[in-house]
Each structure stands twice: as C-alpha cells, then as structure tokens.
Design a protein around this ligand. Sequence first.
Ligand code: DP6
Length: 404
Amino acid sequence: IKMSEDSGKKLTMVTCSAPVNIAVIKYWGKRDEELILPINSSLSVTLHQDQLKTTTTVACSRSFQEDRIWLNGKEEDITQPRLQSCLREIRRLARKRRSDGEADVDTAGLSHKVHICSVNNFPTAAGLASSAAGYACLVYTLSRVMGVEGELSEVSRQGSGSACRSMYGGFVQWIMGQQGDGKDSLAQQVEPETHWPELRVLVLVVSAERKPVGSTSGMQTSVETSSLLKHRADSVVPARMKEMIEAVHKRDFTAFAELTMKDSNQFHATCLDTYPPIFYLNDVSRRVINLVHRYNRHYRETKVAYTFDAGPNAVIYTLQQNVEEFVQVVKHLFPPETNGGQFLKGLPVAPTTLSEELKQAIGMEPMVKGISYIISTKAGPGPRVVEDPSEHLLGSDGLPKESA
Ligand code: DP6
C-alpha cells in the first residue's frame, strides 16, 4: 500500500495480479442471471501467471470525483452492472468488517471513490477468456485496498462466473450450491499447483476470422432451448465432478485426459443442440481434435487431451515427457508463418525430430496459417499482491501511466 502526497491529498494504491483458468469440467448455464449461479459445478486448472495474467491497480483518494476504470489503456464505462456488483459487494464487506470492529480497515477509504487500471500480459485479440482473470484481479485488488479478507470467490463470481475459479491456484472446483442467495456457490481449491508438477498446458491460438457468440448470451440461449444441457447438468456432471476430483488427487493422467475431452465434446454438443445452434469450433479446432485422437491411438495410450471454450482456440493438457514431440507435431501440421514473431511463447520447448512412422500414423496434410502461435505453460498460483511500487499502473495523479 502506497501513500503519497499529491497536492496535500492522500492516495492509497495497491497493485495485484491474477491468473487465467481453463475448465476441464465446463460451466455452461445459469439458474440466476443476476447473482451468476450456475446449473452445474465445474472444475478448472489455474494457469501460471508468468505466461497469462491480468494486473490491476486500484487507487483511492478523497480528491477523486467518481469511480473510474481503464482496461488495456482505454477508459470504460464503470456503470455496467457486473462491475457495480463487485464494487458494491466489496464495499459492503468492508463496512461489515468495520462495524464488526475488525482491525486494519481503512475507514477513510470506504467513502472515497476509486480509480481502477487493468492490463493483460497477453493480446485480447487472442480470444483467450480474459474476463475470469480480469474480475478475479479486480475483486482481489479492491479487497486489499479496502481491508477485506476471507472468502472472495462469492464476489468475483458476480463479475463473471468463471472468475471465481481464478481466486485460487492449482486445481479448483466451483461448487454450484443450492441456496437462492448464492452464499454456498463458491470456489474451492482441490489441490495446489505443486501437486502435479509434470502437468503441462499448451494454448494453441487459432487464427479466427470472426468474433464468436459471447458466453453470457450463448449459455442463456442454451438454457432456454437445449434439453441436452439439462440432461448434462442433472445427470452427467455430478458423477463427472467426482471422477475428475479423484483423477486429480491420484494424478491419473489417462482418467483426467479422457474426462477433459469428453466434457469439452459434450459442452460443444450442447452448443449444437442450442436453437439456433452455436458453433465455437472451426476447421482448425476439428483438425486438432482428430490429431490428438490419432496421436493417442498410435501410442495406444492417452498421452494428450484437448479442451475448447467459447471460441476456436485449443487448450492441450499433457505431461512434460510428451511436450517436445507433441509441439513438433503441431509445428509439422500447422507450419508457422515465417514473417517474424516467434511461434512458441512461454516455457521453452526444445525442437525434436518426428519419426516417419508417427507422421504416417497421423496421416494429415500440413495446413498453413491455421495456428498463429502456441503458449506453453503449466498450472500456477492464485492472485498475489505486486509489492514493487514501480509496477503500479496509475501515477501519483491517479491517472494511468503512459505504459498502462
Ligand atoms: C465455456 O464465466 O465467461 O469458458 O458467467 O456469463 O461471465 P459469465 O460466463 P463465463 O463463461 C465461461 C464458459 C466457459 C466454460 C468455463 O470456463 O467453465
């Protein structure tokens, strides 16, 4: 927390960062739109912030006239309902702490307006779900500025459903809950990121032509029209959650991988069952699906798994010992465009040579320009406070720095 004197007015400033998460049991469908309560539980892996993160600075000062927010360099409308829900809930928790007589609450800050500035360390255009990291970071940072501690996933859930899972590192479940007020609809860590160090994640960023239907409106139409979604939520996901938690506990990659692929496929089947249907997968996505199945069949072992969210990007889960070969296979089938820019970002992956036998077993023709780049990463920790004051995104005047 930074206190600086700016023309005699105190400024309190905190900067935090929060991770992206990728679900292996998908959340799709709400039973309450306002509180963001889901129709089924879900489970995700929190990705490492070295590769993918949101950073947010919140400043609060008596001199601020109104709450304001800047996202990736552009001022946005703070009055949108989901931002308002998060701000209102954190302020409510802070007031509660103060009236409960808890220490450390910056009582002055409560009546002050906030300035919020947030950036991602990955391109928004990549179509990676940034709302999860964004809302998790917003809520975490606000809570630090206002001296709120404890359960915060209930608040970040009201920004974006999947954001509640980004409040923890490692393997995280979002328990759907039963209550009408959402008090029992919370995220919970299943295992920390250190539990399965061999697990690796490859994000294959697919070059997409169009922006797909957003998850919020997509899942709304699915709830209204898809009987398959109802069947999935009532009769498939409860058993799958148990099996997935078991697979994670035991570090059983085969079980983890098969459940992950089946659940992604069923989610996209419910999208097709939505009326009118929603298509998130494209030709490149389907080629990746085929490639993974052929690769696994060649080895008579489930070595690699795919999952897809509300867009064409593939996220691959595999174990460290398979990463080099699988990345080489992707490079072979989706030859990178040579106009500069590296194809492989994130954790280093050494090049290798593919056997003719493997190439033949896969039996697919290379397709240029299908995948723009790969981000190689692993499971990582939850939100954290950024201690270095030079990392603040807002200056001492409470406005975004040049770089933010
Ligand atoms: C396909 O959390 O983005 O990524 O709650 O309306 O903000 P809202 O939706 P959002 O939906 C994510 C859907 C998904 C699956 C998942 O992450 O579980």
